[in-house]
Design a protein around this ligand. Structure first.
Ligand SMILES: C[S@@+](CC[C@H](N)C(=O)[O-])C[C@H]1O[C@@H](n2cnc3c(N)ncnc32)[C@H](O)[C@@H]1O
Length: 227
């Protein structure tokens, strides 16, 4: 299938995750090890995030953070001076994240809504993370979102995100994981994504296709040039 997104794509995705958050979060537990292994990579490439010396290690934004597990809760416990912005379009997902991150609530600011409406000061973020979420943006919004991320990252800051492996204008599933689980995915494909990262001023340090027999994603670690 290769279809254009409907005009109300964001509202429909929001409604879907409000309906199926619990089903999705249980289903995706099988992918937790991959998220945590990339969290390890992020921390090893950004030692300042866990530095004992730093009074404040930096600010990390997670786009489409879902229920805040296992990425944000693990990050915040391993990096005790990091502060986080947690964004999600789904009210239910963000409520679950508020509950799952309650122990660190003084270090998290929640941002409900569409990630394309977020705004942060230029150069203010140490890292931006987007796992299984940028795929929900229409193809035409993905490169623009990457440019915005490139602007928010501080020099040397890192993006960790995954993308569709193949180029697709749009794929729709009417009942993914739930009878109300309407979902839309799109992707620029590997070459298009690498091109968009370059256009966003981000140098790709790692680009790997990872997954299992059911599905694969293009996992990216990219860094904003230091000067
Ligand atoms: C497949 S889930 C991934 C959740 C989490 N990142 C994880 O790794 O489990 C996609 C998430 O992205 C959110 N989402 C979809 N489109 C979004 C948008 N335009 N802005 C912010 N969040 C969005 C959904 O509500 C959902 O929680």
């Amino acid at each position: 299938m290769n279809t254009e997104p409907p005009p109300d794509v964001k509202e429909r995705i929001r409604a879907s995750y409000n309906a199926m958050a619990n089903e999705y979060n249980t289903w995706t537990e099988r992918h937790h090890h991959l998220r945590l292994s990339y969290l390890n990579e992020l921390l090893s490439r950004c030692p300042e995030l866990t530095s004992q010396a730093a009074q404040e290690a930096g600010v990390v934004l997670e786009l489409g953070c879902g229920a805040g597990k296992p990425f944000l809760d693990t990050l915040l416990s391993r990096a005790p001076t990091v502060r986080a912005h947690a964004n999600d379009l789904s009210d239910l997902q963000l409520d679950l994240a508020r509950s799952n991150l309650a122990d660190c609530k003084d270090r998290v600011e929640f941002h409900p809504g569409d990630m394309t409406r977020l705004d942060f000061a230029p150069g203010s973020l140490a890292a931006v993370v987007g796992l299984y979420t940028l795929i929900h943006l229409p193809q035409g919004e993905q490169a623009d979102m990457l440019r915005r991320i490139g602007g928010w990252l501080r020099p040397g800051g890192v993006l960790l995100a995954n993308f569709a492996v193949d180029e697709t204008r749009g794929t729709v599933f009417e009942n993914w994981l739930h009878e109300k689980g309407w979902v839309f995915w799109s992707g620029l494909g590997k070459e298009g994504t690498l091109e968009a990262l370059k256009g966003a001023g981000l140098d790709v340090e790692k680009a790997e296709v990872e997954g299992d027999e059911e599905e694969n994603f293009l996992w990216i670690i990219a860094r904003k040039a230091s000067s």
